[in-house]
Design a protein around this ligand. Structure first.
Ligand SMILES: Cc1ncc(COP(=O)(O)O)c(C=O)c1O
Length: 357
């Protein structure tokens, strides 16, 4: 007999019925992909610019080569991987797969990454907010108390943006086990953290989706490559509703190369962590800085009086940071991305100059 508790977390019971019934777009290349290709109305003469050989062809809709590389690195079978236009694409697609507009809801835990709410609002999906504690950890009991058959997705972010800290992994695991819907763990900053990724656990929990991106540790925000790890069932739903050729050939080529240069990614991460420590040390010496929040990511959150004024004045000295004082528990805070050694020295000097005026 099936366990009814596990049944409510089965993606097949959570998916919107129209998505379950949807016959996805198919192209002739799903059946045949070699020979004289006259099936897709491409330009047989080739591109109109030099150095772009092959770009007259549509890219692979499946991206198996890239998924194999990602999977080998993260310890996840390629069938459990979806690649998207940044991780912002799977955030939107997940809402469209599971949430009936105007009826179903998502749960978020502010302060957190802003796109969950924006993507929900675009899709006319209500948002239930259960704020983090003042030290930026999950209120697991409150989240579970607020969840119903209508709250289809819970978005967690660890390390969290804009606070920078890891969420407690025992809390995350409890929510994966007990939340009656899909639990998304957004790990955009995971390579800066000491904590293990949840990615390899998607074969254990059918309601778990882990998001990662090449925009942070890999330094490839410009190519727009995001990753969702999930059960084959959830991957199937995402693949069904994505645009057929969502990953362009240039992005695919660069992303495949990125997984062939992992030592450079790890070196860059180490350097940014050292520079984060430099910033933490330097800001600790500035008397007006009231708090430097612990960070497991490539940015820090600090609390300082007149944060909005500092945010607005620093660009006059050539430095742009982010004001986060309008977020819950983040009054008078600034979020600062760790820069290069030179950029960080410039930032600290400019910061002191603004405080002195
Ligand atoms: C927590 C979090 N998730 C996702 C993203 C978006 O990443 P991508 O560039 O892959 O769309 C960001 C970007 O800042 C982020 O902070």
């Amino acid at each position: 007999m099936k366990n009814p508790k596990s049944e409510i977390r089965n993606p097949r019971f959570l998916v919107r019925p129209n998505i379950l019934a949807l016959a996805p777009y198919r192209c002739a290349r799903d059946d045949y992909d070699s020979g004289i290709l006259l099936d897709a109305n491409e330009n047989s003469n080739g591109p109109n610019i030099p150095g772009a050989e092959g770009l007259n062809r549509y890219p692979s809709p499946y991206q198996w080569e890239l998924k194999e590389k990602i999977g080998a690195f993260r310890g996840v079978p390629k069938e459990n991987i979806f690649v998207g236009v940044g991780s912002d694409e799977p955030i939107d697609l997940l809402i469209r797969v599971f949430c009936e507009p105007g009826t179903d809801a998502i749960v978020i835990t502010p302060p957190t990454y802003g796109m969950y709410k924006v993507a929900a609002s675009i899709n006319n999906v209500p948002v239930v907010s259960i704020p983090l504690t003042p030290d930026f950890q999950l209120k697991t009991d409150d989240i579970l108390a607020a969840s119903t058959e209508k709250t289809k997705i819970l978005f967690l972010c660890s390390p969290n943006n804009p606070t920078g800290n890891d969420l407690n992994h025992a809390d995350i695991e409890r929510l994966i086990r007990e939340f009656p819907g899909i639990v998304v763990v957004d790990e955009a900053y995971i390579d800066f953290s000491d904590k293990p990724s949840f990615a390899s656990r998607v074969t254990e929990f059918e309601n778990l989706v882990v998001l990662q991106t090449l925009s942070k540790s890999f330094g490839l925000a410009g190519i727009r490559l995001g990753i969702a790890f999930a059960s084959t069932e959830v991957i199937g739903f995402l693949s069904k509703i994505k645009a057929p050729y969502n990953i362009n050939q240039l992005t695919s080529d660069a992303a495949i190369k990125a997984f062939e240069h992992l030592d450079e990614m790890k070196r860059s991460v180490q350097e940014l962590i050292e520079q984060r420590r430099f910033l933490e040390t330097e800001f600790a010496k500035i008397p007006q800085v009231e708090k430097i929040y612990p960070s497991d990511s490539n940015f820090i959150l600090i609390r300082v009086p007149n944060a909005l004024h500092i945010y607005r004045t620093l660009p006059n000295l050539g430095v742009v940071i982010r004001y986060r004082g309008d977020q819950i528990h983040c009054e008078e805070t600034l979020r600062i991305t760790v820069g290069t050694a030179q950029e960080n020295r410039t930032l600290v000097e400019a910061f002191k100059q603004v405080l002195a005026t």
